[in-house]
Ligand binder design. Structure first.
Ligand SMILES: Nc1ncnc2c1ncn2[C@@H]1O[C@H](COP(=O)(O)OP(=O)(O)OP(=O)(O)O)[C@@H](O)[C@H]1O
Length: 225
């Protein structure tokens, strides 16, 4: 699905990530952990082609990202659902309209997707909040809406950046269960988090590998979590 070979990245200062190699197999479930500022968000951005590697090779769906044009990147991006750390919404649009936004942006007929949208909102437990505005939602509701928006295009891969950052433990477990469900449906999942309790909880539900960014390198964490 996504493959990095000897990838490095720097924002202009020193190297933030060095010599990173990883192959995300279809249907795999990964956690990405590491201290604040280690480069977890940056790593995810390399995976969803928001950033281009400074050196090395990134392949997405079997194609070299460096060889893709803008349109091809945009097309392939539709196959990757991203839950952003700060989950921003358009404030003047309802939650249902925000969740459906990727469909409109892609040019597909949103009215043909009404049933899908309804199912998705009820899957994340927001069927009663469809007409609410983003400002009226709690932190947990926002995160669930962000997850629904990330999967509305039926992506093959879901990348989530601290999806449980601002929610309580019960809500964190609920969000992780939703991501585990997506994985059981065949989607490839990667979640950046520094919540080790969450990783332990998820590991009882799914066969997850834990990656850690430390000293600019990506390592496979041991079973000592
Ligand atoms: N656009 C940017 N320009 C310059 N430096 C940046 C940019 N984005 C991030 N950085 C720096 O790169 C480093 C890694 O940031 P990143 O957000 O990838 O880390 P992180 O591991 O996700 O952190 P956190 O757990 O706090 O979210 C930080 O020092 C950050 O300040």
């Amino acid at each position: 699905m996504i493959e990095l070979q000897n990838v490095a990245y720097n924002y202009g200062g020193g190297e933030l990530l060095s010599d990173i190699s990883l192959k995300l197999a279809p249907g795999s479930f990964h956690f990405l952990t590491g201290p604040s500022g280690a480069g977890k968000s940056t790593f995810l951005k390399l995976c969803y082609m928001e950033l281009a590697a400074t050196s090395g090779r990134v392949q997405v769906f079997g194609k070299d990202v460096a060889a893709m044009g803008r349109d091809e990147i945009a097309r392939n991006r539709q196959r990757i659902g991203v839950v952003h750390q700060d989950c921003r919404f358009l404030d003047h649009l309802s939650i249902a309209a925000n969740v459906a936004l990727p469909i409109r942006v892609s040019g597909r007929d949103a009215s043909a997707e009404e049933a899908n949208l309804k199912d998705l909102l009820s899957w994340v437990g927001l069927e009663d909040r469809a007409d609410a505005l983003p400002a009226e939602l709690s932190g947990g509701e926002r995160q669930r809406a962000a997850l629904a928006r990330a999967v509305i295009m039926s992506p093959d891969v879901v990348l989530a950046d601290e999806p449980t950052g601002n929610v309580d433990w019960e809500m964190s477990k609920r969000l992780i269960s939703l991501l585990v469900e997506l994985n059981k449906m065949g989607k490839t999942i990667m979640i950046a988090t520094h919540d080790l309790n969450l990783i332990r909880t998820a590991k009882s539900q799914v066969n997850a590998r834990v990656l850690r960014i430390s000293n600019r390198q990506l390592q496979l964490a041991g079973a000592d979590l």
